[in-house]
Design a protein around this ligand. Structure first.
Ligand code: ADP
Ligand code: MG
Ligand code: ZN
Length: 482
């Protein structure tokens, strides 16, 4: 049997972070009581007309630009009706872009996340288009199903990738890179669990060296990065087994069962549905003109990969530190603010990584940071000025965490100030020497190992507050050491 090669192409549906739906003013907030965010338009009542949400267009254009796509010639795209019947689709059709999508021909750099390889890979993006989400069927009630239409009409971008991926780990690296970009663009909250970032994976295999693509199977709505890898790996194995047994792969849509670690048939595509697409008669073509495009380009936030590169080249961080500190847009902004306030980005970066990140929790675009950037900058300044030691800084941080207290006030309240006054230190050293005449005599006669004893005594006498380099220097002088 030939060695097989996997071919994977991903379709991602990402919810655009608008406050209202794509074609009506209903709220997009997650978690409201069922069927409370609905109106005649998103309920599909006869005669209700859609009105396109400008903010959704702005975010979709931003996503397309961030992925290096070109808007269609003249910036003109069109909405179409995709007709099918489903209980969570009251209109009987979904408004989506079909043969005239918003944007085409982008790229996604996925090198960094790919396991066991540092090579940078670029996957091509086929198209980015806008569409409305459906509602949600809930099959939880004993003996029945209910439908919640709060989600119906929520704006989505669908991002279709070329079949450029060759392994489960490349697929999950692609998804992470894509999520990263959308989150940094402020376009999507990257939340797989709440379904605001959803992935369908198309998987086929072919003999290595074969140019023709094999028959693909579509794996539906897998809601975690871990599951994506596992589902694709299991599907590749299933297809290999089929082909090696002389059977063939059936074109179908399959689901992932996490418990058994296998995929199962949802519906076959052999009787492929004809969606009877036709241009949506209630909406004009969408035109993104030159001025709107120029504005979108000017407002495009820094891409995560550009931010990482800048943290390395301009701020002097290691590539590892740069990637840790750009794990989330709020963390990156927090770090940059503290670095600017303090002045030494490497020092700030080390402290944020070692102390602050331990306490940070993120949810979607939101991050709970335990302190402010100013608190961190001020704290590290106290270390620079030798008011406190690096060790004391950790303690001050622990006390400051979750409070608005300034580093200086915590230091003062705890009586932690490092003793850096030369006179006070000289007094403490002189007293220790006077209290230990025998040891001082032995040291002067050559037993230099006793020096550590004197340092220890001074630190003890000052309750650890004395500035260690100053203590060393003063003791050497008083003991007549070189
Ligand atoms: P559909 O709506 O039928 O799923 P799309 O054009 O929206 O069609 O999506 C096609 C997706 O399937 C793309 O992500 C593409 O990369 C992927 N794909 C197409 N052919 C193959 C194949 N033979 N093996 C794996 N993936 C494929
Ligand atoms: Mg598909
Ligand atoms: Zn509505």
């Amino acid at each position: 049997m030939p060695p097989w090669e996997a071919v994977i192409g991903l379709e991602v549906h990402a919810q655009l972070l608008t406050e209202s739906k794509l074609f009506c003013p209903c709220s997009t907030a997650f978690g409201a009581p069922p069927n409370t965010h609905v109106c005649p338009t998103c309920l599909g009542l006869p005669g209700a007309l859609p009105v396109l949400n400008a903010e959704a267009v702005r975010l979709a254009v931003r996503a397309a630009l961030a992925l290096g796509c070109e808007l269609r010639r003249g910036g003109t795209s069109r909405f179409a009706r995709k007709n099918y019947f489903y209980p969570d689709l009251p209109k009987g059709y979904q408004i989506s872009q079909f043969d005239e999508p918003l944007a085409e021909g982008g790229r996604l750099v996925i090198g960094e996340g790919v396991e066991g390889s540092s090579a940078v890979r670029v996957a091509r993006i086929t198209r980015v288009h806008m569409e409305e989400d459906a509602g949600k069927n809930l099959h939880e009630l004993a003996g029945g199903s209910v439908v919640d239409l709060n989600r119906a009409g929520t704006p989505l971008v669908e991002i279709v990738g070329e079949p450029d991926l060759r392994s489960p780990s490349e697929a999950s690296a692609y998804l992470r890179a894509l999520r990263d970009i959308l989150v940094f663009m402020g376009v999507n909250d990257g939340n797989l669990e709440e379904g605001s970032f959803r992935c369908d994976a198309n998987v086929s295999i072919r003999a290595v060296g074969e140019a023709k693509l094999g028959t693909r199977v579509e794996l539906k709505n897998i809601n975690s990065f871990r599951f994506v890898e596992r589902a694709i790996a299991s599907e590749i194995a299933r297809q290999e087994e089929l082909l090696e047994a002389g059977k063939h792969v059936v074109s179908e849509t399959r689901g992932w069962d996490e418990k058994s670690g296998t995929t199962y048939t949802l519906r076959t595509k052999e009787t492929a549905q004809d969606y009877r697409y036709f241009p949506e008669p209630d909406l004009l073509p969408l035109v993104v003109d030159e001025a709107a495009l120029a504005k979108a380009r000017a407002e495009l936030p820094e891409l995560p990969e550009d931010k990482r590169a800048r943290f390395v080249s301009e701020l002097g961080l290691s590539p590892y530190a740069a990637s840790v500190l750009t794990a989330h847009p709020r963390i990156a902004a927090f770090f940059e603010e503290a670095a600017t306030l303090h002045g030494d980005a490497v020092k700030v970066g080390n402290f944020v990584q070692a102390e602050v990140l331990r306490d940070v929790t993120t949810r979607g675009l939101h991050a709970d940071l335990p302190v402010s950037a100013a608190q961190v900058a001020d704290l590290l300044r106290l270390v620079d000025e030798a008011t406190i030691s690096g060790k004391q800084a950790k303690e001050v941080y622990a006390r400051m965490r979750g409070t608005p207290a300034s580093a200086a006030s915590v230091v003062a309240a705890a009586g932690m100030t490092q003793m850096s006054d030369p006179e006070a230190i000289e007094q403490a050293c002189a007293k220790v020497i006077a209290d230990n005449p025998k040891q001082a005599e032995s040291l002067r006669l050559g037993k230099v190992a006793l020096f550590g004893f004197f340092v220890g005594q001074v630190m003890k006498a000052t309750k650890g507050a004395a500035n260690p380099p100053l203590v060393n220097e003063t003791l050497r002088r008083l003991l007549g050491m070189p």
